[in-house]
Design a protein around this ligand. Structure first.
Ligand code: 5GP
Length: 290
């Protein structure tokens, strides 16, 4: 370095005043970065028009980002191969890209909504769920059950059919979001598939009995609980009676259970009357999207 330039007292005073101004401008810029009024990308943009910003050290800028601090700022610059003495105006294109990317928070995917469709057995929940499944408007959860498949049911589509031992093991591994015993069999919602779909922003429908719905609400208070009611009690009885797939004892058990279940509507967020499957499906799609 050569000898310092000779400055007249006036020149010296001017230089000092300029330095003071620059310090003030840098401090105010850092404060705005700290308060998240300006992002790294904003500062880099401003540097093309403002000499003070352009001459600021990148390290100083990064240190002022909330939650970064001196030690992390150094580590970040070293990782991004940016010299600790580099000034903003000296940043290369790739370095600008790397820095901007480092501090851009990815826009979080909005989590999907969890809809729980419940109601008395025989009300038509599974018909609604089936219609929704084929519409692909919602992710319809596939439950696990220890019940034997009915003649028209397909493994992995209607249910995951498990042995009592397999079900027990899944309970022990905490794999169910909820599970319940219903008319002598066990039914459970596999947690993982539901969480994955919600995380991916998809809305999910669970078609489950009432005690399971209650468990879901306790664990996930944002879940929307929908109670599906038959248009009339007589209609429900005739549906249960007409179910050719169940034995007479099972039908009788379901009927008495349905009576108890009808009384449970009060803790649900919404009641839909199953007059027409298409209308229920449309209301559910609407609920999932608002
Ligand atoms: P089904 O044997 O007629 O298919 O179903 C009997 C009952 O079990 C229905 O009320 C159905 O909604 C309910 N169910 C189906 N899957 C599940 C589940 O994963 N958890 C709970 N709690 N109930 C379920």
């Amino acid at each position: 370095m050569g000898a310092p330039p000779f400055l007249t007292p006036e020149q010296r005073a001017r230089a000092l005043a300029k330095a003071k101004e620059s310090r003030k401008a840098r401090a105010s810029l850092k404060l705005r970065v700290k308060n998240q009024e300006l992002s790294i990308a904003d500062v880099i943009r401003l540097s093309s028009e403002d000499e003070v910003i352009a001459k600021m050290r990148v390290l100083e800028l990064v240190e002022s980002i909330p939650g970064v601090g001196k030690i992390r700022a150094k580590a970040i610059l070293e990782r991004l191969q940016i010299s600790l003495t580099r000034r903003i105006m000296g940043l290369g294109r790739h370095q600008i890209e790397a820095l901007t990317k480092e501090f851009t928070i990815p826009k979080a995917t909005q989590r999907g909504k969890l809809l729980v469709l419940s109601g008395p057995g025989g009300v038509g929940k599974s018909t609604v769920a089936k219609a929704l499944r084929s519409s692909s408007a919602l992710h319809v959860s596939v439950s696990a059950t220890t019940r034997k498949p009915r003649f028209n049911e397909v493994e992995g589509i209607d249910y995951h059919f498990l042995s009592p031992e397999e079900f027990e093991e899944a309970v022990a591994r905490n794999e169910f979001l909820e599970w319940a015993e219903f008319a002598g069999n066990r039914y459970g919602t596999p947690r993982r598939a539901v969480e994955d779909a919600l995380d991916a922003g998809e809305s999910v429908l669970l078609e489950i009995e009432i005690s399971g719905a209650r468990q879901v609400k306790e664990k996930m208070p944002d879940a929307i609980l929908i109670f599906l009611e038959p248009p009339t009690w007589e209609e429900l009885v005739s549906r249960l009676e007409g179910r050719g797939t169940d034995s007479p004892e099972r039908r009788a058990a379901r009927l008495s259970l349905a009576q108890e279940e009808m009384a449970a509507a009060s803790f649900f967020d919404k009641v839909l009357i199953n007059e027409e499957v298409e209308k229920v499906v449309a209301s559910l799609i609407e609920l999932a999207s608002v």
